[in-house]
Design a protein around this ligand. Structure first.
Ligand SMILES: [Zn+2]
Ligand SMILES: [Zn+2]
Ligand SMILES: [Zn+2]
Length: 243
């Protein structure tokens, strides 16, 4: 019995198939996973190939295996990058910690780093919340060292984690390139609540707008508004007492 690539058994992942080759029951129309209904639904699109690709490396096809090794090779850099957002913020603040009574929401990037390290075998809920960048680095390295990708993709649970890991890494790479990181805005106040609590977020996908959000009152701005606010505040007399 030959095994097919595990993507064919996981409903919300795109199945790996052979182009122009079809299963016996194919009627010429493609099926697609419907996220709302959580099942595969027939479409009016021509089927471009529905014969499952064979598992050639553990439980994965060759191209899935290549994507796993690719994601694997970038994992250490990406995970530490996702967690370094906090350090960047502290440097921006001149090393001064925010008022302890002021609750800073956990950045999305931290949750992504937690999910990635959990897929690599770290117990839930992920990194210790007070871990500094050096600790993140050591923990990440340990989990990467302890996990053999060959073994990972040869067991059903591991191979599924590996596939989810690839998807999440692709999201992380697309949303958080190393030079375009989310950071706290230093010198501009929120035009609504007047606190210096703005968070600058790079667009998540090409074509998306840059987003600046107030972490205190939730006020949101697009790039044009942000430019205008910056300009106005530069012109303001410095009479207001600094927070
Ligand atoms: Zn088909
Ligand atoms: Zn595959
Ligand atoms: Zn505000």
């Amino acid at each position: 019995m030959t095994l097919v690539c595990l993507t064919n058994d996981i409903p919300n992942l795109r199945s790996c198939t052979v182009r122009d080759q079809h299963q016996a029951h194919c009627n010429g129309f493609a099926w697609r996973y419907d996220r709302a209904l959580e099942i595969d639904m027939p479409t009016n699109d021509e089927c471009t190939g529905c014969l499952p690709r064979q598992a050639e490396h553990g439980l994965l096809c060759w191209s899935c295996w290549m994507r796993v090794t690719e994601a694997w090779s970038k994992a250490h850099d990406m995970i530490t990058h996702l967690r370094s957002v906090d350090r960047a913020q502290q440097i921006d603040n001149g090393g001064v910690r925010a008022d302890p009574g002021w609750v800073i929401p956990v950045p999305i990037t931290w949750r992504m780093a937690d999910e990635l390290i959990m897929l690599l075998g770290h117990p839930a809920p992920g990194f210790p919340s007070d871990a500094v960048v050096e600790e993140i680095d050591v923990i990440t390295e340990r989990f990467i060292d302890d996990l053999d990708p060959e073994v990972w993709v040869s067991r059903p649970a591991g191979a599924e984690d590996a596939l989810r890991f690839v998807v999440l890494m692709q999201t992380a790479i697309a949303g958080h390139p190393m030079d375009d990181r989310e950071h706290r805005v230093v010198n501009v106040r929120c035009p609504e609540c007047r606190l210096k609590a703005l968070l600058w977020k790079p667009p998540l996908e090409a074509g998306d707008e840059l987003d600046v959000t107030c972490t205190n009152c939730g006020y949101e701005m697009d790039h044009n508004r942000y430019e205008a606010v910056m300009t106005l505040q530069r012109l303001e007399p410095k009479t207001r007492k600094e927070a």
